[in-house]
Write a protein that binds this ligand. Sequence first.
Ligand code: DX5
Ligand code: ZN
Length: 220
Amino acid sequence: MRRFILSPSLLSADFGNLRGELEALEAAGLEWVHWDVMDGLFVPNITFGPPVIKALRASSKLFFDVHLMIDHPERYIREFADAGADLLCVHAETGVHLERTISAIREAGMQTGLALNPATPLNVAEYLLPQLDMVLVMSVNPGFGGQKFIPFCKEKIAALSKMIRERGLSTLIQVDGGVTLDNARELSDLGADVLVSGSAFFGHPPYAGRYQDFQRKMES
Ligand code: DX5
Ligand code: ZN
């Protein structure tokens, strides 16, 4: 059976109590946490950056899955590595020198991720696949939590899964945006390995119970 990972998005967590939220996730058995870094330029919203991640790194054993929604992410790779990111995911739409950026993430000691907006074709990831630990398929236009899943992204997940299998690779597929208990099973069947959930997770305490609800969906 494939391993299923749930990566709760802190965008929907209590920003006034991030340390407590991270502790609660760990206590509930979660292994990953998803950090949505937004700069007000690539996306209209602004969240947090390396200093906040760094301040919380020491008190958490969770795998820090960092989703950069910022212009020129190549300028900040060292900062995020120093802050303690385990995986750094950059958007394909932010750069013309993606191979260089992905190589720099690897050289900085982090796992590599490439995110694609809903309208961005899969072929931008094709030649980079052997260098990628994860491809993030955005299933909403990035910037905000609580949006509706864009249906054509299902086709994209299936096509990416086929592309990865045909090449004999083990690149993970992450799906982010509009993930709920109702579509989690279908997304996993299509090929998603890592599901990000913000509003459908944090809005429903206790976290251990919600995590089990997701796991039951995936494993049924
Ligand atoms: C959107 C972010 C997501 C967001 C998902 O730009 O990348 O990670 O938090 O939120 P939900 O699960 O509420 O759609
Ligand atoms: Zn995200």
